[in-house]
Design a protein. Structure first.
Lengths: 265, 379
């Protein structure tokens, strides 16, 4: 069985920052593995550990700088990685459809049985790449998965998943493989890479691929979204202070939460 | 010259840093207050292959170099001096000598469990009557058939109460001075071995500092490390590496103190502005930064020199001397920057201050480092 995990290096913005054109000034950015992807990698590695002969491959779209971040996934147990990059991909904003086209080319080459993506990326937060990829390759999919029955998957080739819906409702769904699952944080507890894992990861493969390697052309990755402006919105805050005993204030808080519609009926 | 760390080293440092922030920082004060050795933290460190960073893979270590080990030790020191001290003693003092001087059998039996983190290690040189003048020891090892019989008292031995093995220095040839000292691998389970005191200290209370009584402890001759009479030469080599780890630990303490001071100074407002805007506080924090950087450079240079296989006596003493002062000074300045809050146990600087002071005492006091360096300078 082969599991493909899409991973992304995301920029994290410091508390205080300055905007530079349509982006945040590079001085205020730190790069790290996208939080949701960390959970997707953990889920794939747990699957690999539970089964026999399961290969886990990571794929990313990103410049050479991203290799160190991607190598963290290798350190945690991913077998090998693919990094797609091309001058044509060096755009302000890659829209979801473009990314799905690139990943589709990789999927066609790798033919994985299961694809895991994060629910969303912490930087541009489209929350759509996984589902768009599933559409693009014509596979079943389940989004916002917060529980996956690994034994059932290995035995039946069916992903039995819990999905988190609005208002705290959970849904139980069976999805036949091949399929795409978008993984929610909290599905597992991502491990720390062991130091031996980090050392071994130095010699694991991160195969660089250009668009041409994947049979694509610059015209295939022309984004139809363009960033026009980046600005900080005026913010206003509205705080209510409850005073009194714990019982009184808790009751007041509960009624406010009810009014605002927090929690399931 | 390349000051950039290799990618592998950076990844290891960042992972250990994340672990320290998430798992150790939240309990660092609590384990001090409770005077509790946090076995569970060391178990986790063992799972992450941290306990044998510079020990060869053949014996279950990570096979990293001294620089990698220094980076890891610094990260531990940045959150907990006590955990850092127990770690450094375990690796530099208890594990490395077995790797450097032991037989294959000794490495398999005694080094492997230390390198994997299944057991903690300790190293016993100091005695009640001999500290800086360490070779003037009273602990005796007398040969009796194919055994040695050890008698004496060892003082201030880190980890002795939680150790699976203790390297004990003892005199095998009275009157022979430096050449009369030997090293023995002692199992705390051996009859006659007793931890008689676990000291309450000014700081570092999660790291047990013990007095040991050796009362007719009989060990088989295969517990002799190296040859008879080699104990002092071994000690010097051991401390050359050990001082790099104390330098790294001190750099971590200096960095941790700086982190707390800088963060606080940016948030605390007096006279209508953050206190970091007052020249006096800004200058203090800049000086703290300067001290961290120079301590780290000296530490990395010593580690690098060690990794080249070169003589490192002067470099390691220099790094330890400088970094331990940086740690104490930065910790004191951090208390000052936090004002009254810095003096309370709700804030970390007082803990750094308590912990840092030991760095100018253990593995040779600052006065002894001056002596070592002076000798190297031909003075
Ligand atoms: C928390 C802690 C952990 C320790 N862990 C270990 C361990 O794991 N294993 C171990 O063997 N030991 C350990 N030690 C012992 C430590 O190495 C000694 O305390 C240290 O070497 C100093 O010895 P001393 O305490 O006897 O002081 P002394 O040697 O009595 O020194 C007292 C003072 O005199 C000064 N002095 C002494 N001689 C000279 C000189 N020639 N020139 C100038 N000044 C001099 C010293 O610098 C110091 O200021 C530990 C100590 C502590 C507190």
């Amino acid at each position: 069985m082969k599991v493909l995990v899409t991973v992304k290096e995301v920029a994290e913005v410091e508390d205080d920052f300055e905007i530079d054109g349509t982006g945040v000034d590079d001085r205020y950015l730190e790069y790290d593995l996208n939080e949701w992807d960390d959970y997707a990698v953990e889920e794939a590695v747990q699957l690999q550990e539970a089964g026999d002969d399961i290969e886990v491959v990571s794929v990313t779209i990103g410049p050479e700088r991203a290799e160190e971040t991607i190598r963290m996934a290798l350190a945690k147990g991913v077998d090998r990685a693919i990094r797609v990059w091309d001058d044509a991909l060096d755009q302000d904003l890659l829209d979801t459809a473009t990314k799905a086209r690139v990943f589709r080319a990789v999927v066609e080459e790798e033919e994985p049985d299961l694809i895991l993506t994060g629910v969303q990326a912490g930087d541009d937060a489209f929350g759509a790449t996984g589902v768009a990829l599933a559409e693009s390759v014509g596979q079943e999919w389940a989004a916002v998965v917060n529980q996956l029955d690994i034994d059932h998957l290995l035995a039946e080739n069916v992903a039995r998943v819990h999905r988190e819906l609005e208002g705290g409702v959970e849904e139980l769904t069976d999805v036949e493989l091949p399929a795409v699952l978008t993984i929610q944080t909290g599905i597992n507890e991502p491990r720390y890479a062991s130091l031996r894992g980090i050392r071994q990861a130095q010699s694991k493969e991160i195969a660089p691929k250009t668009l041409a390697d994947l049979g694509l052309e610059a015209g295939d990755v022309e984004s139809s979204l363009f960033l026009t402006e980046m600005y900080e919105p005026e913010s206003e805050s509205d705080a209510t202070l409850f005073e009194g005993s714990a019982e009184e204030t808790a009751a007041e808080l509960a009624s406010v939460l009810r009014e605002k519609g927090v929690g399931a009926e | 010259m390349d000051f950039e760390l290799p990618a592998e080293h950076r990844m290891i440092r960042d992972t250990v840093r994340e672990f320290c922030q998430e798992e150790i920082a939240p309990i660092a004060q609590e384990i001090e207050d409770e005077h509790r050795f946090p076995q569970e933290v060391f178990d986790q460190l063992a799972d992450l292959d941290v306990m044998g960073v510079p020990v060869s893979e053949e014996y279950g270590g990570l096979g990293g170099d001294q620089l990698m080990y220094a980076l890891v030790t610094e990260e531990l020191g940045r959150v907990s001096g006590g955990i850092g001290l127990s770690y450094a003693a375990h690796v530099s003092l208890a594990s490395k000598p077995i790797e450097m001087f032991g037989t294959e059998e000794q490495k398999a039996e005694w080094l492997a469990p230390l390198a994997s983190g299944d057991a903690m290690g300790a190293w016993a040189l100091t005695e009640p009557g001999s500290g800086s003048d360490a070779s003037d020891m009273d602990t005796m090892a007398e040969r009796d058939g194919d055994e040695y019989v050890l008698n004496g008292t060892k003082q201030f031995i880190t980890n002795a109460s939680v150790a699976g093995s203790v390297l004990v220095k003892a005199v095998t040839e009275p009157g022979a001075g430096y050449d009369g000292i030997s090293t023995f691998i002692v199992d705390p389970e051996d009859d006659g071995f007793e931890v008689t005191t676990v000291w309450d200290k000014m700081g570092l209370n999660c790291s047990p500092t013990c007095e040991i009584a050796l009362d007719d402890v009989r060990v088989p001759e295969d517990r002799l490390l190296g040859e008879e009479g080699e104990g002092w030469e071994q000690t010097k080599k051991t401390l050359d590496g050990g001082r790099i780890s104390i330098a790294a630990l001190s750099t971590g303490l200096a960095q941790g103190a700086y982190d707390h001071a800088k963060e606080y100074a940016g948030e605390r407002e007096q006279f209508g502005q953050p206190i970091s805007k007052f020249d006096a506080i800004r200058d203090k924090i800049v000086d703290m930064h300067r001290k961290v950087e120079s301590a780290r450079l000296l530490t990395h240079k010593a580690a690098w020199t060690y990794d080249q296989g070169n003589e490192v006596n002067r470099e390691s003493a220099l790094a330890k001397l400088d970094a331990s002062e940086a740690a104490r000074e930065n910790a004191e300045d951090a208390v000052q920057v936090l004002g009254g809050y810095g003096y309370t146990t709700d804030f970390a600087p007082q803990r750094f201050y308590r912990d840092a002071k030991l760095m100018e005492i253990g593995e040779g006091t600052s006065e002894i480092q001056h002596l070592v360096i002076g000798r190297q300078l031909g003075l």
